[in-house]
Design a protein around this ligand. Structure first.
Ligand code: HEM
Length: 452
């Protein structure tokens, strides 16, 4: 998902206000009004980040409606390491997710910090350890083959990848994606997210940060969340009454908190929301980018057809590098800190800029080029700036699962011949929490073995 980042809708929750004194000096950054920076941040995030980096260097301070505080972005690996090692008491990441609280829930891993956050990570990590995930591969491969088997002609790969990754995570969480209750839930998830994914609506929510009634953007979102909640809580109650197996939901329902008390339905609801949201939009964005890149690099498709697992891994790594689904991993400073020799005051957001770290020309030869070979053939490659999953105690909790999923879907895609609909590469834009190809990663699909 969608993730420990302020990549998304603006902050609305309570903040440690007044920590940043007026006139405090911050690293340089664009002087354009916050509204303009917000527009550029949402509509053309890649170009905005590259431009500010070229002009102001590292670090750079940006001001957007995403967070009430200014945000200082760092992209050098040494600075990024320092950010990921910051004490969560000084630099809580949950505060950067505060705006998600109405949807994510009060017990969500996303909004918690300190010990409760670590406990939640342990609880949620249990169903996703290595041995538990291995049996998932054939199920993911089967769903991927079924989905890709329908692709022919012009395909919006973002739309289809959202469909596929939602189906996969529903299967993992509930054991099946085709029961009536799960189908209804799927529809509710689509409706809830579709409403806030469009750029005009995201902008409206960024500018008007209040719920102004059922017709306003936040009001509509609240109502959609209420409908979604009723459905999800109903499903949890049914499942508690009659567990059906070893799906993730059954494991979560058997958990107890640190006092030995069973987790409440509300708590399980928050865990499921984190998994369903986290586990679908960012994987779908990454897959859409993979198809967008592959369509423009036929030699990579040819080499993938050879079936070399090391090359497939290199493709996955390179997509995540060149088009990361999330652009920043922010932490809100409640005390001043020094990062790479720069004093950053309390009341500021400090962020590892994932996008820049993986696109800086001084860190990656031909940084903008999609070249999976670099992972196999470049003996000097320094993997430290490769940080698509963030880092430290907030590193993506679903990273091993995401990689399994990306590998299985791309392995199935080797059967397809992909061509771009237009020769020009697609530009990046924000869609809710993630960065997606602005035309949906549209490709023309032919079947490799079918002779069509
Ligand atoms: C390609 C796919 C994915 C990418 C690029 C991605 C990226 C990220 C990033 C950058 C963060 C924030 C890390 C930080 O702040 O340092 C994050 C957090 C998180 N991700 Fe992912 N993610 C992906 C897929 C998934 C999946 C499939 C799941 C669940 C099954 C998931 C669940 C989470 C959760 C629960 C968190 C919050 C962790 C915490 O706050 O402790 N993600 N992800």
């Amino acid at each position: 998902m969608a993730h420990g980042t302020a990549d998304g809708i603006p902050a609305t929750g309570p903040r440690p206000s007044g920590l940043l004194r007026r006139g405090t000096e911050l690293p340089p950054g664009p002087r354009a009004p916050a509204l303009w920076q917000t527009l550029a941040w949402m509509a053309r995030p890649g170009a905005f980040l590259q431009r500010t980096h070229r002009r102001f260097g590292d670090p750079v301070t940006i001001r957007t409606y995403w967070t009430p505080e200014p945000m200082v972005l760092f992209s050098h690996p040494d600075a990024v390491r320092e950010i990921f090692r910051l004490d969560p008491r000084v630099a809580p990441a949950g505060q950067s997710w505060e705006f998600l609280r109405p949807f994510a829930g009060a017990d969500s891993i996303l909004v918690l910090d300190g010990d409760p956050h670590l406990r939640e990570r342990r609880l949620m990590g249990a169903p996703f350890h290595g041995a538990a995930m291995r049996p998932l591969a054939p199920m993911i491969a089967e769903l991927a083959e079924r989905e890709l088997g329908r692709w022919h002609g012009r395909v919006n790969t973002l739309e289809r990848s959202r469909h596929l990754t939602l189906e996969i995570i529903l299967c993992v969480v509930f054991g099946a994606a085709d029961g009536d209750d799960v189908v209804h839930l799927r529809r509710a998830i689509d409706e809830t997210l579709d409403d806030v994914r469009s750029l005009p609506r995201m902008l409206a929510m960024a500018v008007v940060q209040k719920d102004l009634g059922p017709r306003s953007p936040w009001g509509r979102f609240r109502l959609a969340v209420e409908r979604f909640d009723a459905m999800l809580l109903g499903l949890i109650a049914d499942r508690r009454a009659g567990p059906r197996g070893e799906a993730v939901i059954d494991v979560l329902l058997q958990q107890r908190d640190h006092d030995g008390v069973p987790t409440t339905d509300r708590h399980v609801r928050d865990q499921l929301v984190a998994l369903l949201m986290g586990g679908h939009d960012s994987s779908a964005a990454t897959l859409a980018w993979a198809f967008e890149r592959l369509a423009r690099h036929p030699h990579v498709q040819d080499r993938m057809r050879g079936g070399d697992p090391a090359y497939l891994d290199a493709v996955v790594k390179e997509v995540l590098r060149v088009r990361p689904a999330l652009t920043i991993a922010p932490r809100l400073l409640v005390e001043p800190v020094t990062i790479a020799g720069h004093r950053v005051p309390a009341g500021t957001q400090v962020a590892a800029c994932l996008w820049l770290s993986m696109r800086r020309e001084d860190l990656w030869p031909q940084a903008g080029a999609f070249r999976p070979e670099r992972w196999l053939e470049d003996p000097d490659l320094d993997p430290r700036p490769w940080i698509p999953y963030g880092g430290g105690v907030r590193r993506c909790a679903g990273a091993p699962f995401a990689e399994l999923e990306l590998r299985e879907v791309l392995r199935a895609a080797a059967e397809l011949r992909l061509r771009p609909v237009r020769p020009a590469s697609e530009r990046a834009r924000r869609s809710l929490l993630v960065v997606v190809p602005d035309r949906g990663g549209e490709v023309l699909v032919e079947r490799h073995r079918g002779g069509t």
